[in-house]
Design a protein around this ligand. Structure first.
Ligand SMILES: [Zn+2]
Length: 408
């Protein structure tokens, strides 16, 4: 597999249309380039392509016989890739946002504290309920759900969208003249805004993916009315951290919280020796259960099983990771399939930022550990659920933000 970093820069206002209100008179923009919009933009190149080039594009867009590549969501940012924060991120209610000069209240992640509390406090070993307060002012905190630029440990930036609104005269499509008294208002993302997404693609298609992505010059809606001019840069990128190390740091910090709590509990349970890990949703995910019904649950065994070799499947059966907790929220998704010019059905999805925690009994069995980490690597590249070609179901194992237990 190769990883490609896609950078999209707006060369005109962008209308990444998401919501139309008042019969289409008010058009709001989405705040990121969805994988489906990127795929649609690539599909639109077919109109000007030769037969050979069209075949090449079909290899990327997918056909019934061969699945296409997975187009990622590209999120608004300045320099570095940006991602949705985990749902367990909290900020001070009185003074929300990241620490900066003159601002001392910050954003912290609660997951490790919460997991340790749930483990030690069950059976009433700790008589007070779990509560987290801003360490600076001791006021209550609230969820901080943002797409955030990741600069590395302790360094994050919430990127604010720069938006404006344009009012236009509606044009009658059949007469091509202005409609009397029909104005509409389009919200747009300003020229100069930048979006970055990370794409996992097989080595065979990596070259042509990069080549074709760079040819995209229009993205989003109203491209015939002066919106949506973009410049796209695609370059190979290399992950600079290792999944296994992230899981190790996650567990090491969890053990510290657990040990602290066990020290104050009257009747502490035995130490938790299992390996914990999270599956974090970096885009909305469309999940179904084995009966085909929409669900917010993630069937991890099923998802890993699909990617496993026979030998790995046997080891997996002896590990059987158990769900420990999940933090998820529902939303309905629908849209327009630009690539195929068909409307999509309305589906239940699990909101980006959602996360699932699992525990696996690996002991110090190196073979089990290697197998699980290798399967989680595969899962991270493959994603979860349906519509992965359109950017749904992107994941990371153990989002590094969970280690930010003190305000950043
Ligand atoms: Zn505070």
């Amino acid at each position: 597999m190769a990883q490609i970093e896609i950078t999209i820069t707006a060369k005109s206002p962008l209308s990444l249309a998401a919501i139309k209100a008042y019969g289409g008179a008010l058009i709001e923009t989405g705040l990121y380039v969805a994988g489906g919009q990127l795929r649609g933009a690539l599909g639109a190149l077919k109109r000007f392509a030769s037969q050979v080039e069209q075949d090449e594009l079909d290899q990327l867009l997918g056909a019934p016989s061969q699945p296409g590549i997975k187009f990622p969501n590209c999120y608004l940012t300045n320099e570095q890739p940006a991602f949705p924060l985990p749902m367990t991120a909290q900020t001070c209610k009185r003074d929300a946002g990241f620490l900066e000069k003159g601002k001392t209240h910050g954003v912290a992640d609660l997951l490790l504290r919460q997991l340790a509390y749930d483990c030690v406090a069950r059976n009433g070993a700790i008589p007070i309920p779990f509560q987290y307060k801003c360490p600076e002012c001791h006021q209550r905190t609230e969820a901080f759900s943002r797409i955030v630029e990741y600069h590395g440990k302790g360094k994050y930036a919430a990127v604010e969208a720069s938006l404006h609104r344009q009012t236009r005269v509606a044009v009658n499509r059949s007469r091509l003249t202005t409609e009397d008294e029909m104005l509409y208002s389009v919200q747009a993302i300003d020229e100069g805004s930048r979006f970055i997404g990370l794409m996992e693609v097989d080595d065979e298609r990596a070259n042509s993916t990069g080549k074709w992505l760079k040819q995209i010059t229009r993205i989003g809606g109203r491209t015939s009315r002066g919106f949506g001019a973009v410049e796209v840069i695609a370059k190979e990128s290399f992950a600079n951290d290792v999944l296994r190390d992230r899981v190790a740091s996650f567990n090491a910090m969890y053990r510290e919280f657990e040990a602290d709590l066990r020290a104050i509990a009257d009747d502490p349970p035995p130490a938790d020796t299992r390996t914990l890990f999270t599956v974090n949703l970096r885009s909305d995910a469309v999940l179904r259960n084995t009966a085909g019904l929409p669900t917010l649950q993630l069937d991890l065994l099923d998802a890993l099983g699909e990617l496993a070799t026979n030998e790995e499947r046997q080891v997996l059966t002896s590990i059987t990771p158990q769900p420990v907790a999940q933090f998820t929220g529902p939303l309905m998704v629908s849209g327009w399939q630009t690539a195929w010019r068909l409307p999509k059905e309305v589906l239940l999805a699990t909101r980006m930022g959602g996360l699932y925690v699992f525990a696996a009994d690996l002991g110090d069995d190196e073979h089990k550990q290697r197998t699980l980490f290798s399967l989680l690597e595969k899962l991270q590249a493959a994603g979860v659920g349906e519509m992965r070609q359109d950017g749904f179901g992107q994941i990371i194992i153990c989002d590094p933000f969970h280690l930010e237990v003190e305000p950043v």
